[in-house]
Design a protein around this ligand. Structure first.
Ligand code: ADP
Length: 269
């Protein structure tokens, strides 16, 4: 391109020392496109429950006005739809917070095994009522690394909730903490947390896009399970902020393993 450009003297509009800024529009336009898609997705996700609720309000005002049973049923559905909107708005707020934070390294520390034990206690009821066998290893004792405790809780809550939601058929959940002496991608020692299930698994073609906002393998199934499609996007941004890595290994029909690798210290990473 440059070889074909003819350089002619600039008109002296700014006097001596005029400057030309060459801006690569393609990148700006691409992110503009991504932003537009995101707004369209959010609008669609909010509009679906809203439309359902407006329909039921109309029915409650009209045909179902004097039918107590129909009224109760419609109110239940409206409550569920409002819950869906509530979860979506909470996840959007989380996502926007973690994206804003992404360039600032966490200044606090987190005790990894204690944090993981806490998450398992919080989700204990859900794990138990899904009839899932929980296997853990390496969660004893204490191990402190740099990290934002609230954000890392969110990471493992999302991953474990997914294993419960989509791993149901396998009835198994594994949570493992292990030390890696030298993690090449982080050029130093690291801690790896594996969250595994023996559930439905994910087809290979979906894996590269799984952490995109609103990307779901099966939208209907995700919605039915109360998913917003934002969980793994939130996980990705938090792991990035910690200068960590997220690895996903999955085989259709056999199960999935999500591994979060976090640097032991921030000196090297
Ligand atoms: P959602 O709110 O839909 O669960 P996520 O961002 O958490 O959104 O996950 C994106 C999609 O990845 C899910 O809709 C599901 O299709 C797939 N997925 C996530 N975790 C698992 C898992 N453990 N097993 C199978 N599929 C999964």
């Amino acid at each position: 391109l440059f070889a074909e450009m003819t350089v002619s003297p600039l008109p002296d509009i700014l006097g001596q020392g005029a400057m030309i800024a060459i801006v690569d529009q393609s990148e700006i336009e691409e992110s503009e496109q991504v932003r537009r898609d995101f707004v369209a997705n959010v609008s669609h996700e909010l509009k679906t429950p809203l439309t359902a609720m407006m329909g039921f309000i109309e029915t409650l005002r009209g045909p179902a006005r004097d039918d107590a049973r129909a009224r109760d049923r419609f109110l239940d559905i409206m409550e569920r739809e409002a819950g869906r909107m509530n979860r979506l708005v909470s996840d959007l707020l989380s996502l926007s917070r973690v994206q804003a934070d992404e360039r600032r390294r966490p200044s606090s520390e987190v005790d990894l095994p204690m944090m993981l034990r806490g998450v398992l206690v919080t989700l204990g009821q859900a794990i138990e009522s899904a009839g899932i066998t929980l296997e853990t290893s390496g969660l004893e004792g204490a191990q402190r690394i740099p990290g934002d405790p609230d954000q890392l809780v969110q990471v493992f809550q999302n991953l474990i909730e997914n294993a419960v939601k989509y791993g149901g058929g396998g009835q198994y959940l594994g949570v493992t903490l292990r030390r890696i002496n030298y993690e090449p991608t982080l050029r130093g020692p690291a801690w790896a947390i594996d969250v595994s299930d023996k559930g439905e698994g994910i087809d290979e073609i979906h894996l590269p896009r799984l952490t995109e906002r609103f990307y779901r393998v099966d939208t209907h199934r995700s919605r039915e399970q109360g998913g917003t499609g934002l969980g793994l996007a939130i996980v990705k941004h938090i792991v990035n902020r910690h200068r960590g890595r997220l690895k996903i290994v999955s085989h259709k029909g056999q199960g999935s393993q999500f591994t979060v690798i976090l640097p032991e210290s921030h000196n090297r990473a």
